[in-house]
Design a protein around this ligand. Structure first.
Ligand code: CP
Length: 305
């Protein structure tokens, strides 16, 4: 397995063995190991789209590793506002930093940035496409909660059309023996290309618009926000907003061991009354972003193998 110098653009770029190695490496950091593996190194954090968790957890991870962070979180304050191309921006940042983390609203922007850069580029989310580091932390969270990934029934709820975290996680889960259930309004259904991939790998899945069809059967309920910002027509958002709201009464007959995950941020799709139940693990999930990002930073930098 060779991680040194690699980009992290899509979860598809990694084998099952490599994904499991990332999770094992995260376990090492999660056990409280804070060696300064990245001392003297600089991470450029380029966020051309809003972010709380991804941006802050990458920054925290790098700093806990003894490295430093330079960042752009408001592109309007940079030369992008003067019309500088992404290629030029990345070519320059490549000379300033040892590793580049980027979020961008355009699908494929991270792949493009990786081609412009010599240093490793990590995709912090590109449009509705992929969010591979979120996927690693999602898998890590499932593994921590259940001690396994195989054998679980995983239900995805909400914006499955534009949800990059759903796309990445469903792709990653094809490496494991899981059953997937997709719950979305017709206009936000899981894209055909992902279902075709499940078909080609003979992975069992169901598609429904009703959360009641799956709620008592799932081990993991992966809830996502209906992403207002991704709708080309705001009227289409109005038709589906608030379509799924997870409340205690919905969970009456759910498995006691069922766990609710959410990449966050949430709006109203999980009622606050769920937060204190044993089902809720979404804040732990967000916390798992730190060991996972420590692992990825160290692996692609080649400071650990
Ligand atoms: N889960 C996630 O990507 O959150 P942010 O948009 O806050 O980074």
């Amino acid at each position: 397995m060779q991680f040194k110098g690699r980009d992290v653009i899509s979860i598809r770029d990694f084998t099952k063995k490599e994904i499991l190695h990332i999770l094992d490496t995260a376990k090492y950091f999660d056990s409280g190991n804070y060696k300064e593996h990245m001392q003297g190194k600089i991470m450029a954090s380029l966020f051309f789209e809003p972010s709380t968790r991804t941006q802050l957890s990458f920054g925290t991870a790098m700093k806990r590793l003894g490295g430093k962070v330079i960042s752009v979180s408001d592109p309007s304050t940079t030369s992008v506002a003067k019309g500088e191309t992404l290629f030029d921006t990345i070519s320059m940042v490549d000379r300033y930093a040892d590793i580049i983390v980027m979020r961008h609203p355009v699908e494929g922007a991270s792949r493009f940035a990786a081609e412009a850069a010599q240093k490793p580029v990590i995709n912090g989310g590109d449009g509705a496409n992929q969010h591979p580091t979120q996927t690693c932390l999602d898998l890590f969270t499932i593994q921590k909660a259940f001690g396994k990934i195989d054998g679980l029934k995983i239900g995805f709820v909400g914006d499955l059309k534009y949800g990059r975290t759903v796309h990445s996680l469903a792709t990653a889960l094809t490496h494991f023996k899981t059953e997937m259930m997709f719950v979305a309004p017709e206009t936000l259904a899981m894209p055909k290309e992902y279902l075709d991939e499940l078909d080609s790998k003979k992975i069992k899945y169901t598609v429904t618009e009703k959360i009641e069809d799956i709620i008592n059967d799932v081990d993991v309920l992966y809830v996502t926000r209906i992403q207002k910002e991704r709708f080309p027509d705001p009227m289409d958002y109005e038709k589906v907003k608030g379509v799924y709201i997870i409340k205690k009464k919905l969970l009456k007959n759910a498995k006691k061991t069922m766990r609710i995950m959410h990449p966050l941020p949430r709006v109203d799709e999980i009622a606050p009354e769920i937060d204190q139940t044993p089902h809720a693990i979404y804040f732990e999930q967000a916390g798992n972003g730190i060991p996972i990002r420590q692992a990825l930073i160290c692996l692609v930098s080649g400071v650990i193998e």
